[in-house]
Design a binder for this molecule. Structure first.
Ligand code: ADP
Ligand code: MG
Length: 285
């Protein structure tokens, strides 16, 4: 039979907007010593806004319509920012055969021309040369190429969540090691990690790279809580000792795979979940 304290723990968590999918995860929480977090949508709001447009060949309007036509086929937060920015611009531009290349971006065809929209890894994959200024940008960037010729870039920025810094401080006061993983550029990742005081941060990761990093921490003996939101986070959520999903912005796959769901997406709830586990553990006798 399940001791009464567990029901109390699950209820206490639920009153704090935290869903535990089983009482066993209350126990798991008492053993966690490392919290690994995704960046976009977990520590940042995951709502991007276009900042700057730089073109090489086309006009700014043409570059934006081209990008929006391609990005209209993706649900990625980056794609949403580009489509929103394009707003009422020329809607006659239509993209066909658009494919999403995980961790890279999109490839499609517009008026018979092949268009790439994604990060520099995508351009490298297709051997497209681009100016070095693109590598030096400290913002998230969508780079565009038309028929394998660099066409320009659009920078976009996301905001750190209001309680993210406090969340990290609470983790450190509980002696937890903090780690951030992201598919975004290392320069962007470093900037966020420095602002929040996160111990270790790894960027430029493909979805498999996130799995490898978490496995590496597990092999080194760490007990891990992983917190994520995106579709690509589901495998890592499954691998962690405690898989935590952001319930508001989170993808269905990640929420379904998670052991624990934070319903209002606040990172400060991560330590609340850990503390509920510890309190419950003390009253289960
Ligand atoms: P993350 O959630 O950490 O950003 P993803 O694997 O979803 O990880 O994306 C990794 C990177 O791939 C993004 O930061 C971006 O550079 C690029 N990318 C993915 N999807 C798109 C897209 N639809 N448009 C442009 N770039 C994209
Ligand atoms: Mg994400």
């Amino acid at each position: 039979s399940i001791p009464l304290g567990y029901f109390g723990g699950i209820g206490l968590a639920s009153r704090n907007g935290i869903l535990f999918k089983g009482s066993n995860f209350l126990d798991v929480m008492t053993k966690i010593n490392t919290v690994i977090m995704d960046k976009t949508g977990t520590l940042t709001k995951g709502v991007f806004k276009v900042q700057e447009i730089k073109t090489a060949a086309l006009s700014k309007e043409e570059l934006v319509s081209l990008a929006a036509a391609i990005e209209a086929n993706s649900t990625h937060p980056i794609a949403k920012a580009v489509v929103e920015y394009a707003g009422n611009q020329d809607k006659s531009v239509k993209a066909e055969n658009v494919e999403e290349i995980s961790g890279h971006g999109l490839k499609g065809s517009v008026n018979g021309k092949t268009v790439l929209a994604g990060n520099v890894k995508l351009l490298k994959k297709f051997n497209v040369q681009y100016p070095s200024e693109v590598d030096n940008l400290v913002d998230t960037v969508v780079v565009l190429a038309v028929d394998n010729q660099y066409a320009g870039y659009i920078t976009i920025a996301d905001e750190i969540k209001e309680d993210a810094k406090e969340a990290i401080e609470r983790m450190h006061s509980l002696k937890l090691q903090t780690v951030m993983l992201s598919g975004d550029k290392q320069a962007v990742v470093d900037k966020v990690a420095k602002t929040l005081g996160i111990d270790q941060a790894f960027g430029d990761l493909l979805p498999d790279g996130k799995v490898e990093k978490v496995q590496g921490f597990k092999n080194a003996g760490s007990r891990i809580a992983f917190v994520g939101d995106g579709v690509n986070d589901a495998p890592v959520v499954a691998l962690a000792d405690a898989g935590i999903a952001m319930g508001g912005l989170g993808s269905d796959a990640t929420i379904e795979t998670a052991d624990i769901v934070i319903q209002n997406d606040q990172p400060s709830k991560i330590t609340t979940a850990i503390r509920v586990g510890k309190i419950t553990n003390r009253v289960v006798w």
